[in-house]
Unconditional design. Sequence first.
Length: 238
Amino acid sequence: MANTSEFVVALVEDDRLLREEISSHLLAHGFEVHAVNSATALDDLMARTPVDLYILDLNLPGEGGLSLCRRLRQTLPNAGIAILTARVSLNDRLAGYEMGGADIYLTKPVAPDELVMVLRSLGRRINKNKISHDWSLNLRDRTLKSPHAESKLRLTNREKILLVALIQAKENTLESGALCDLYTGDESDDLMSKHALEELVARLRKKLRSALPEGAEQPIKSVWGVGYQLCIPVEFGH
C-alpha cells in the first residue's frame, strides 16, 4: 500500500463544512491536504506548493470545476484528478471525463473510505508514471536531481520557490510580476524587484546548466514582454 504521506492533495470545494469534513478525514489517513474554495485560490496555492492529487467540485465560484479540470490536465498531464460533485447525470459524467480529462468522477455524498481508496489508487499510478528522463525536485531537502548527472544540485529556498511556480504554471511560463509577488513575506523584508529576479534566474540557470549536456537548450528562457519559461521537464520527487 502506498505511503499516503507522500501525496499532496488539493481539495477545491466551496462548501466550508464539507471542505473541512473531507480534509479532516484525509488528514487522518495520512495525506497532506490543502483545502481551498475556488480556482483562483488553487492557482495561488500551486504557485507555492507542489500538488500530486486534485479533488474538484464542479459548482465553484468564478471559474467552474470543469474548466479548471481541463486546464489542470493540459498543464499537468500526469496529475491525479478526481471530480467530486452533486451532478449525477450521464452527460455531466461524460463531460467530466471527455472534456475535463478527469481520472474519476464521484458523486456526492461519497463514502469517505471510497475517496481514500481512489486517491491511493491515483497515487500509485503517479508513481508508476514517473519518467526517468525528467529532473526530480525534492522539496524536503531542496535538491534537484538531473537525469544527466549523478550528483544532486542544492537549491536555495528562493530557487526552490521559483522552480515550483514554473513547474505548475500553464506552459511552464509566468509573468515577472507574478514571480516577484511569490517572495512577499519570505526570509527578506524587502520586496523582490525585477532586477533581483533577473539575478536569481541567472544564478539558477548557471546551476542547472552545470548538470546539462553540452549544447543543451537554455533551461529557463526569458519570454519577451512576459517573464520566464522553464524548458526542462521536472517532476516532484519524494
